[in-house]
Design a protein around this ligand. Structure first.
Ligand SMILES: *[C@@H]1O[C@H](CO)[C@@H](O)[C@H](O)[C@H]1NC(C)=O
Ligand SMILES: *[C@@H]1O[C@H](CO)[C@@H](O)[C@H](O)[C@H]1NC(C)=O
Ligand SMILES: *[C@@H]1O[C@H](CO)[C@@H](O)[C@H](O)[C@H]1NC(C)=O
Ligand SMILES: *[C@@H]1O[C@H](CO)[C@@H](O)[C@H](O)[C@H]1NC(C)=O
Ligand SMILES: *[C@@H]1O[C@H](CO)[C@@H](O)[C@H](O)[C@H]1NC(C)=O
Length: 448
């Protein structure tokens, strides 16, 4: 059987990977080695580019050529204690000119990777270079995106002119992910301009009544945007989790729970690895809002995602899968569907794995919040599969974007002292960059 890790085909060698119980320290050290392998390759061959292509070892620049891997890697280098590598990275950071790029800045990516990376490194180890770069980036590249009729950020900004690129379509996941970075920048600088812009988006969003409470369409019109405080966001979150349970949850005959999709009022029984952060997110919210009745939904979804890893012969979850649910009669489906349901418990659709971190992200929240060590073991199995099937000459495929850095960061943190980036003191942005909370909260399990 041939499966793929990113765009690499891997011949299947063994049906199951040997699983050894090792100490968390030994596991953390092995994850650190794997990260260093990817990092050293990048430094040796393509330092300063956005990313290295792991198979050819050539540079590529998908994020404006400012060195995205470096900005994305700053916090990981600090967390793993890689001091020399960090100094070298910081040297690069100090020299970047935000006004120079061959491409327009994609507001969402620039915000979560570059601004997020800078602020997170600043929170872990304050340094004036990081803050001044964060401010110049925000002022020169990110704030110009808000120069639109409704102050909803445009998708792209021309960094030379400092003007939004004309275009009328914006994505919920993009403008809805601007808040953490902008709020944190205001907290650190004491200048409220940034957070006002970020929170205005949520206020505008909350005025729009969607068809299913809390479930908003993905694509929005920038011109006619009709769709602050913490309560609004928490209420929106609770509505959306309730609607997920009512409208999207689906259970197979075997009792496995997956989250479906709605398209034109039709429930589609399909999902993918990208969605697998949701179990961890629901558990985090359940604890923060003291809603223990949501724990089971969170756990069922995470277990469902784990099934997608565990049932595949490589131990790597497919990018996308579908299923037949308990209300349907399996015998009425074609042979291949029945066979897949019997073999895997779902139907793999896209059998590539893009080194995605979402399931590991959920396992990280489950481990830190419940203290249950079995989540460490699950994460370790995933790491061993990645190390077996995805390691190539110049790093880990597929590293065309920098997602694998989140993957290694979550893995490392799962095996490290829970006080390292404690969930009581930090909140993670969508690119896995941790920001310091203004006041500590109580979310994490008390590890003795
Ligand atoms: C990177 O370069 C150093 C110094 O030339 C060398 O010792 C090391 O083996 C190289 N590592 C990788 C992974 O390319
Ligand atoms: C993360 O950053 C490193 C170093 O910048 C880079 O090699 C790579 O593109 C990114 N992803 C992975 C897999 O490390
Ligand atoms: C930015 O705008 C200038 C002036 O209109 C144009 O020449 C340039 O090509 C644009 N840059 C990008 C990256 O689109
Ligand atoms: C806050 O930041 C904005 C955007 O850079 C700037 O225009 C304004 O002058 C700043 N306010 C203060 C008090 O520094
Ligand atoms: C269905 O559940 C049974 C009993 O728990 C288990 O043995 C079997 O492996 C499951 N099948 C699939 C395809 O998940």
């Amino acid at each position: 059987m041939i499966l793929t890790c990113g765009w690499i085909s891997v011949a299947l060698i063994s049906s199951a990977l040997a699983f050894q119980a090792e100490s968390p320290d030994a596991r953390a050290a092995e994850v650190k080695n794997a990260f260093q392998y990817a990092w050293t390759n990048y430094v040796n061959h393509t330092f300063g580019s956005d990313e290295i292509q792991p198979v050819t070892g050539m540079a590529s620049n998908s994020r404006n050529g400012w060195g995205a891997s470096i900005f994305d890697g700053l916090d990981t280098l600090l967390i793993m204690g890689l001091k020399d590598e960090y100094e070298q990275a910081l040297e690069h950071v100090s020299k970047v000119n935000w006004r120079v790029s061959n491409d327009p800045s994609k507001t969402f990516e620039t915000n979560i990777r570059y601004l997020g990376g800078l602020l997170s490194a600043y929170d872990l180890q304050p340094n004036p270079i990081l803050l001044s770069k964060a401010l110049s980036l925000a002022d020169q590249v990110i704030l110009p995106a808000f120069d639109t009729p409704n102050k909803i950020p445009a998708s792209y900004v021309n960094v030379t002119t400092g003007k939004p690129v004309p275009g009328n379509q914006v994505f919920l996941a993009e403008f809805g992910s601007m808040q953490l970075e902008l709020v944190r920048l205001s907290q650190i600088t004491g200048n409220s301009t940034y957070q006002e812009l970020g929170l205005n988006i949520i206020n505008r969003l909350a005025q729009v009544k969607p068809r299913y409470p809390g479930l908003y369409p993905m694509l929005w019109n920038l011109e006619s945007f009709t769709p602050s405080d913490e309560t609004i966001q928490l209420n929106l979150w609770e509505d959306s989790v309730a609607s997920m349970e009512t409208y999207l949850k689906s259970t197979t005959a075997n009792g496995t729970v997956f989250l479906g999709e709605i398209n034109d009022d039709l429930k589609l029984l399909q999902t993918g690895e990208l969605i697998c952060f949701i179990g961890g997110n629901i558990l985090l919210g359940a604890r923060y809002l003291n809603r223990p009745e949501l724990d089971k939904f969170a756990k069922d979804l995470t277990d469902g995602c784990m099934t997608a890893w565990e049932k595949m012969p490589t131990g790597l979850a497919p990018e996308a899968w579908s299923w037949v649910d308990e209300s349907q009669r399996l015998e009425t489906f074609p042979n291949d569907v029945r066979l897949a349901m019997q073999t895997f418990g779902f139907i793999p659709q896209d059998k590539s794995y893009d080194l995605r971190p979402e399931t590991l992200e959920s396992l990280f929240y489950f481990y830190r919040i419940t203290g249950d060590k079995s989540y460490q073991d699950k994460a370790w199995k995933i790491f061993k599969s990645i190390d077996t099937y995805c390691k190539v000459q110049y790093g880990y495929s597929r590293v065309l974007d920098t997602t694998a850095n989140d993957t290694f960061k979550y893995l490392y943190l799962i095996f490290s002292d829970p006080e390292l980036v404690s969930l009581d003191k930090y909140v993670f942005n969508t690119e896995a960059h941790p920001f310091k909370l203004p006041r500590p909260i109580q979310i994490q399990h008390t590890f003795s």
